[in-house]
Design a binder for this molecule. Sequence first.
Ligand code: AMP
Ligand code: MN
Ligand code: MN
Ligand code: MN
Length: 272
Amino acid sequence: MLADLHTHSRASDGALEPRELLLRAAAAGVDMLAITDHDTVAGIAALPEHLPGRTRLVPGVELSANWNNVCVHVVGLAIDTSAAQLHTGLQRQRIIRSERATQIAAKLEQAGFRGVRKVRPQPGSEYIGRPDFARYLVNSNQIKDSKTAFKKYLGRGKIGDVRHSWPDLQEAIGWIRSAGGIAVLAHPAKYKLSNLRLEELCKAFVADGGQALEVISGVQQPNLTERLARLANRYNLYASGGSDFHAPDQPWAELGRVQALPASCRPVWELW
Ligand code: AMP
Ligand code: MN
Ligand code: MN
Ligand code: MN
């Protein structure tokens, strides 16, 4: 069974329309695809009820949340995208993102960039985030590529990484649970936490109602996979895996390129 349970469409910062994403997943032999856009389910809502091909769609979302002043991402899987409490939560995320974008623009302006106040979401999308600023800076020839934009101005601790006011971890997990979904702690290694802090995060995540850990995120080293599998088992978490696909020109996160979960793990799809 090939499952890719973490992907992005144009509804957030991905390059493909949800429909194109499904077609590409089918071509890659994906049996189960979760579309998990940042803080929105608009992409899933835009899909027709009956989908062509063999790929099964798992409705998902990736929420930005705050744990001890660290921005963590919580993937929600098998959610009811029409649930009222989730809907209210996503509305709040939209407001936070809009205010945050104004702050990012002000910071980039301070750093000497022009026109950044004009940055808007991709057409047809309600997500606005740092990738939109990176794209603008590249397209307006103020920075050579997106990688440099993040490395110098938008990445962790840089001027455009403004202090966030995301909902607390517990609240974000609550929105997912209220929509009947499973909360997955996304890409645990990306937060650059010490072993001890990552364990604390897992403990809090479980206490707040989280049920799974993303043991596989894109292409990763075997020793990381082993470490995360041990972590999942220690905290009784189910295991998930996804490519975190955004665009076809990023071979390190290709759709359907998801390593198998270690045999010691319980796959998250046993829960639905
Ligand atoms: P935001 O939603 O504004 O917090 O932006 C986070 C998104 O920016 C992530 O989901 C990635 O898609 C992208 N991103 C984060 N760091 C980098 C990076 N170093 N290089 C390129 N893209 C990045
Ligand atoms: Mn992204
Ligand atoms: Mn993420
Ligand atoms: Mn993601």
